[in-house]
Design a protein around this ligand. Sequence first.
Ligand SMILES: [Fe+2]
Length: 274
Amino acid sequence: MDETEENFDESHVVHRLDAAAETQEELSAEIAAIHEAYNKGVAAGAAEETQPRIDFSPYRSSILRHPTKDPHHADPETIELWSPAFGHRDVHALEADLTIQHNGEPLGERMKVRGRVLDGDGRPVGGQLVEIWQANSAGRYIHKRDQHPAPIDPNFTGVGRCITAEDGSYEFLTIKPGPYPWKNHYNAWRPAHIHFSLFGTDFTQRMITQMYFPGDPLFSLDPIYQSITDQKARDRLVATYDHSVTSHEWATGYNWDIVLTGSNRTWMEEEDAE
Ligand SMILES: [Fe+2]
């Protein structure tokens, strides 16, 4: 290679890296083999899994960063046991509306996402800080590491939060996010999703997960979604379209309940997932 700085062609380099990357077919075959082994195990009496595999090789960017040793219990710092504490005075009701944060209307499908936060016995979890972040309708985040050629929407930041009501309910008004490419392998695309964080009563209880939309054609191809080996556990991350939530000439509506503990618990991810 004798590319000097003067004739350095960056697009050429990107192309070369892409050409060397693995194909979707290779990744999909790897996912299928892991799932087949899991399903055989369950059929033979092994316990069903409810959580993602931390060591899931098709999710390439997690290979070097996932834990390789058993978790070691560490006592939280004193301050972590009682802070931060969020209440209705800290979080304004309008922060749950992601469509009014700028001067104009964001582009895309306006939609409501609502549901309830429940514990493993089905009891509502009220007073819970729920935060979301998401790409815009074109699949673009406002983030310096997201530079793929889809438009930024000047009227959409993609972050919101609310506190659950006494009955555990939450509701956001937002724009349906688009799918977006990522660099796990060649031509890798994430299904459309909204990131959720639930804070509990202190830092040590924070949990993070993703909500998906029904019927997404990218489900079977996505190593993050497929790192949950059990189909029933994967299904729990998919919202339900609910026509009674949809409002006339205004917004479509989706329902998604979050279960914090028990065998129906929602999958929660390690920090730093894409
Ligand atoms: Fe994302």
